[in-house]
Design a protein around this ligand. Structure first.
Ligand code: ADP
Ligand code: ASP
Ligand code: MG
Length: 425
């Protein structure tokens, strides 16, 4: 008998039929003798719709109120799933984040879980019920509802798995595991049997939407084994755990992200202390810079570029406005039509020539590289956004990642697929 936490994402609970399908899967796990706790996301696009409602009445909604509103999405799906289970004769009990004992810090919209009070979930399991927990939410020390950032139900699931000492945390989604790259962007993507925490963390943090990076961070810290698999089939998925398998490939996966922008500060006088002033101002205004490029100096002045999340634009502009006159720069240019494409693999540490091969591949395909950054197991390149899909595909082929077969959609409607393609891209 295993103790399993099973999380189901928004697409997997998008309709009453799909909720019944999830209930059947949970029932089958119980019938097989396992104990199971479900964690659910909000149905379909509910979270986006709630954000739209908030924006319609307030262009800049206070974070506390927004969290209060967004948390209701998961509360609908958790209740419907409990009702579906009860209707099938399986005793269930739904819990909001607070009722499930998810305690967070007070950072609204991207709160961190600080503690899981597991008593109510364990009691429900003891009573033979299936606990159904609302993902994405918790409660802070003031008793206010917080949310964990987009995709945060993954983190709820991992935290609950850790909190109750589960054997495995299943993340059930509309894909049957972690692929070498998003199979909707590159149909020749190959499903991986296992990925190490470090590789998954890099992949998630550079745009691989299949698992929230914070969930992977949490899993790595506390040794929670994640099984990323399909909500619609019993096929084995991908295990995310300490050791990667006997993986021979130099590159494990490729991710891309179009949510960043590139800012160039023009004609910055090339004098000591200027970069410090610029980047202190940006950091002081909570702009999350990623890559920084300083061009060679001409006539005693240089252009400085950096990339950061596009959502940081207002704060970046505000910070730069405060120092432009002081440093004597000519102005700023903002390019939002950029994408970051990243290669990830622990094999990079011991294999020279990965960068050269990646740059050559981009060159041969006429894809211009605007900026580069690296970590010991990652190489990222900023390119024009419209080239992102092609870049992923040519790199996938160049690094021998292509599968023999192509990815086939089984369950999603054309509209859902289109939405998935837009998401985070
Ligand atoms: P959920 O709503 O279940 O949380 P998400 O949309 O957050 O699902 O995550 C699943 C999506 O992640 C897939 O539909 C797929 O398009 C995308 N994806 C991105 N990168 C990968 C990858 N490397 N492997 C599998 N799926 C990926
Ligand atoms: N419903 C939230 C979102 O759309 C959380 C989640 O799905 O994990 O981001
Ligand atoms: Mg998700």
């Amino acid at each position: 008998m295993s103790l399993i936490v099973a999380k189901f994402g928004g697409t997997s609970v998008a309709s009453p039929e799909r909720i019944k399908n999830v209930a059947k899967r949970l029932a089958a796990m119980r019938d097989a003798g396992d104990q199971v706790v479900a964690v659910v996301s909000a149905m379909g696009k509910t979270t986006d719709e709630l954000m739209g409602l908030a924006a319609a009445v307030n262009a800049n909604p206070p974070a506390r109120e927004l969290d209060r509103l967004l948390s209701t999405g998961e509360q609908v799906s958790m209740t419907l799933l409990a009702l579906a289970l009860e209707a099938m004769g399986y005793p269930a009990i739904s819990f909001t984040g607070r009722q499930a004992g998810i305690e967070t810090n007070g950072t609204h919209n991207k709160a961190k879980i600080v503690k899981v009070h597991n008593e109510r979930i364990l009691k429900a399991l003891d009573e033979g019920r299936i606990p159904v927990v609302a993902g994405f939410q918790g409660i802070d020390a003031n008793g206010d509802i917080t949310t964990l950032g987009r995709g945060g139900s993954d983190t709820t699931a991992v935290a609950v798995a850790w909190g109750i000492g589960a054997d495995v945390c299943e993340i059930n989604s509309d894909v049957d595991g972690v692929y070498t790259t998003d199979p909707r962007v590159c149909p020749r993507a190959r499903k991986l049997d296992a990925v190490s925490y470090d590789e998954m963390l890099e992949l998630s943090s550079v745009g691989s939407g299949v698992l929230q990076s914070r969930a992977v961070e949490f899993a790595k810290k506390w040794g929670v084994v994640i099984h990323s698999r399909s909500a619609f089939s019993d096929k084995e998925g991908t295990y995310v755990k300490e050791e990667s398998p006997v993986e021979q490939a130099v590159i494990t996966g490729i991710a891309h992200d179009t949510s960043e922008m590139k800012v160039t500060i023009r004609h910055v006088p090339d004098t000591t202390g200027v970069a410090a002033k610029v980047f202190s101002a940006l950091a002081g205004n909570m702009v999350n810079m990623d890559m920084i490029i300083q061009n060679t100096s001409l006539d005693g002045a240089t252009d400085i570029s950096f990339t950061c999340p596009a959502s940081d634009l207002p704060r970046a502009k505000e910070a730069l406005a405060g120092v432009m006159d002081e440093i004597g720069a000519a102005g700023i240019d903002v390019d939002e039509d950029v994408a970051k494409v990243s290669l990830v693999g622990t094999g990079m540490k011991s294999t020279p020539g990965v960068s050269a091969k990646a740059f050559r591949t981009m060159g041969e395909n006429n894809i211009n590289i605007l900026a580069i950054s690296t970590s010991p197991i990652r190489l990222s390149m900023v390119i024009e956004a419209h080239e992102a899909q092609r870049a992923v595909q040519v790199l996938h082929t160049a690094f021998d990642l292509d599968a023999d077969s192509v990815f086939e959609e089984t369950q999603l409607s054309a509209e859902e697929i289109a939405d998935k393609m837009k998401k985070g891209r």
